[in-house]
Every structure is written in structure tokens, then in C-alpha cells.
Design a protein around this ligand. Structure first.
Ligand code: APR
Ligand code: PHB
Length: 390
């Protein structure tokens, strides 16, 4: 068996890249460890930068998003019971789209079916060979347990943070940078009308809270919890009580509560591995970098990697130009680090850090007050939130 490109991982990075390559008539195979149902049921963040919206629209997967998604021209931040708005439209003349990553993944799978892209689910034991030869090899066990080997020109690691691809870059070349935060986010999805038309990021001395949404009758809320908390500790009622504490009173007075239809705790981490390529192996998305969800940059960074990588691969296969592939790691990382910086900054300003002293608390409050009063600060926030240009 032979393919021009083999992609490991069928999450948003792998499927969007596969689609763009298939549209350029590049022969691609996707190998995914889990079932399609599992991949399509994962609940993740829900804010798309306009670059992401454009990428999805241009690749023909925008119709559901453009019908069902919500365009947001601003967001609220709050601290000490005071809420203020940052107007994206007014400050940087841009906007974002609120549309769940679960829906994006569904749309991508539908498009792959239309283009007849080969995606194998429930593959196991994926291993890579000959990464520095002209052609490389990917071996795996298919869903029936039969061992297979594929010859390919390029292998793309889109297999997320726990994937195998990154580990093939020799340890003397691979450098990783990491910050683990001493708290997680407890998220609840509930079939209730969202409390606000726009998102509210709340800084509170008891901890961070976020009011987000999926549609007119589906809310997504989060609260900061200690890393040691187990999900059984949080009944629906205790979650709502704590959320109401942390949101500004004008908002919590209006909140409509209901049973949770999904409830989970996610740890927060910033992580980057460099370089993003080695020989015939290229990494994209969570396989190479992770951001805390504050600011919703995870999927958007994955999409910008795919933007650079798809262009590079197409220019190699169509124009025989290897230049962009050679520069891919440097180009993608330059944007990744800016997303890492913004999500680290927002996490640092908005959360309550265990052991935080009065000085650090005052700095957070000063930062938020500055943001609430300064058009310059709001412009910088908005520019990063809506997404830096590619
Ligand atoms: N073999 C095959 N598939 C694998 C392997 C493996 N050894 N390891 C992991 N996978 C699959 C996972 O099952 C998953 O479906 O790779 C996929 C990786 O998907 P994601 O983790 O969603 O990563 P990515 O596609 O880069 O998307 C980034 O998703 O995780 C969020 O916050 C993140 O929003 C960001 C976006
Ligand atoms: C979400 O809706 O899940 C969401 C929104 C914004 C974030 C993180 C998550 O910053």
C-alpha cells in the first residue's frame, strides 16, 4: 500500500488537513485510534476566530456553521462584581463565531465522506519508520487486528497531546516547554437558555467562572476547581451555587438553571514542543502544543497549523517547491507562541492561584481595571482574542 500523505489522528487537525489535501487531489490516508462515534461525541470549546471561520467556509464546510453559529462582536469580563464589555467590532473591526468544536468535527467528517477520503478507525499500535529516508513507513493493526504497513512520502502527526508522533523526534533535537496550572475547569452543559448573549469571563476571589453557550437553549458554564477535586464532589446544585457566587450579581440573578447533560473536569496546561517537523514527519495541533482553555485558542491554533501545512504540502506536490515545508515549523511556531502567550496571560489574570498573596491579587485587579478603561488595552485584547493574522 502507498499514499502520498498519511495522517495520524482524526480529530479536527487531521480531518481538516485531509480534506484540504484531498481537494488538491493529494492521495491521503487518515489513521484514527478511536471509533467515529467516540470522536464525534467529544465536547470541547466553542469559539472560532474569524481566520478559522474563513478556512472552514473556503474548504466548503461552512454551511451548518454559518447557519447555526452565533457571530459575537464582543465579550464581557468581570471582577469584583463589576462587568465590562470589550467590543471587537469597534476596536479591531472583527468578530468571532460561537460554534462548538463537536459540530466542526461533525461537519469535517461529512465532508471527508463526500470527497471519499480514506479514514480508518480503531487502528492500534501505530509505529513510524524511515523518517529520514526518501519514503517513510507507517505500520498499524487495523480494527480486525491485522498488521499492515503503508509506504508514504510524508507522515503528519495530528494525534493530540497523548499521541505517538511527537516521540519520534529524537530527544536531543526535541525541546519542550511546559506550565501546569494548579487548578482545572469544571464544565457543565445544560439545556437552559444562556444567561447572556455574549460570553462572560469572571474573575472572582473564590475562583474563575465562565458563562458560554452553544445555542438559544444550550448553555455551557465553567468554574475553576482545585486539581484534586473529583467530579462526584460536584452535584448540579453545588455547581450552580458556586457559579452564581462568582458571576456578577446582575448576571447571577438572571441565570436559569437545569440538570446538567454533561459534566467533566479538565486540567489546565500550556505546552509547546519544538521543532514541529523532523525528516518526513510534520506535527499539527495538540500533538505539538496545548493551551489552557481561557481564550479558546486550542482549536484555532490547530487550524492555523493546518493552514500553513496544507499550503506547504500542496506547494510541494503541485509545484515541486519544498521551501514552505522547510519553513513550516518556524512559521507555525511563531504564531503558536503568540497564542500560548495570550492564553497564559488571560489564565494568569482571571484565576485565583492557590497561595496568591495580596500583591498578586491587587495586580490582577489593576490589570482588569486598566483593561476596562483603556481603549489601547482593549484593542490589544481584541486583536488577540479574534485571532492574529496568518
Ligand atoms: N493512533 C491514531 N490516532 C491517535 C493516536 C494514535 N496512536 N493517538 C491519538 N490519536 C487520535 C485521538 O483519538 C484523537 O481523535 O488523534 C486525535 C487527536 O485529536 P485532538 O486531540 O482533538 O487534537 P487535534 O486534532 O490537534 O485538535 C486540536 O482539539 O483537543 C482539542 O483543545 C484542542 O481544540 C483543540 C483541538
Ligand atoms: C466554551 O464555550 O466551551 C468555551 C468558550 C470560551 C472559552 C473556553 C471554552 O475560552
Amino acid at each position: 500500500m502507498q499514499h502520498q500523505v498519511v495522517i495520524i489522528g482524526g480529530g479536527p487537525s487531521g480531518t481538516l488537513l485531509a480534506l484540504l489535501l484531498a481537494q488538491a487531489k493529494i492521495d491521503v490516508l487518515v489513521l484514527e485510534r478511536k471509533t467515529k462515534e467516540y470522536v464525534l461525541s467529544r465536547i470541547r470549546a466553542g469559539v472560532l476566530e474569524w481566520n478559522t471561520v474563513d478556512m472552514l467556509t473556503k474548504s466548503g464546510v461552512g454551511s451548518r456553521m454559518n447557519t447555526l453559529g452565533y457571530v459575537h462582536e464582543g465579550t464581557f469580563l468581570s471582577s469584583a462584581n463589576r462587568q465590562f464589555r470589550i467590543d471587537f467590532k469597534k476596536t479591531v473591526n472583527k468578530q468571532v463565531m460561537v460554534y462548538g468544536q463537536t459540530e466542526v468535527t461533525f461537519d469535517l467528517y461529512e465532508a471527508l465522506r463526500k470527497y471519499d477520503v480514506k479514514i480508518l478507525h480503531e487502528v492500534d499500535d501505530v509505529s513510524l519508520d524511515n523518517l529520514n529516508k526518501e519514503f517513510s513507513r507507517v505500520s498499524y493493526k487495523d480494527r480486525s487486528g491485522i498488521s499492515k504497513t503503508v509506504k508514504t512520502q510524508f507522515i503528519i502527526g495530528c494525534d493530540g497531546f497523548h499521541g505517538i508522533s511527537r516521540k519520534y523526534i529524537p530527544s536531543k533535537i526535541l525541546k519542550t516547554y511546559e506550565k501546569i496550572y494548579p487548578f482545572g475547569w469544571l464544565g457543565v452543559l445544560s439545556e437552559t437558555p444562556p444567561v447572556s448573549d455574549e460570553l462572560i469571563y469572571a474573575n472572582h476571589e473564590r475562583g474563575f467562572a465562565l458563562a458560554s453557550m452553544r445555542n438559544k437553549n444550550l448553555s455551557r458554564y465553567y468554574i475553576q476547581v482545585p486539581n484534586s477535586d473529583k467530579i462526584d464532589k460536584w452535584s448540579d446544585q453545588s455547581f450552580w451555587d458556586e457559579l452564581k457566587f462568582r458571576l456578577p450579581t446582575e448576571t447571577s440573578d438572571k441565570i436559569i438553571i437545569g440538570p446538567s447533560i454533561e459534566k467533566s473536569i479538565a486540567p489546565l496546561r500550556s505546552f509547546v514542543s519544538e521543532p514541529m517537523s523532523w525528516g518526513n514527519l510534520f506535527l499539527a495541533g495538540d500533538s505539538s502544543h496545548i493551551v489552557p482553555p481561557t481564550g479558546a485558542k486550542g482549536l484555532n491554533l490547530a487550524v492555523s497549523d493546518v493552514h500553513y501545512l496544507s499550503k506547504s504540502l500542496i506547494s510541494f506536490f503541485v509545484e515541486n517547491d519544498k521551501n514552505f515545508l522547510e519553513k513550516y515549523s518556524e512559521t507555525a511556531l511563531s504564531r503558536v507562541w503568540k497564542g500560548i502567550r495570550f492564553s497564559w496571560w488571560m489564565t494568569t489574570v482571571m484565576h485565583n492561584f492557590p497561595g496568591q498573596n495580596d500583591f498578586e491579587r491587587k495586580i490582577q485587579l489593576a490589570e482588569l481595571e486598566y483593561l476596562s478603561n483603556s481603549i489601547g488595552a482593549q484593542k490589544s485584547f481584541a486583536e488577540n482574542y479574534v485571532g492574529l493574522p496568518y
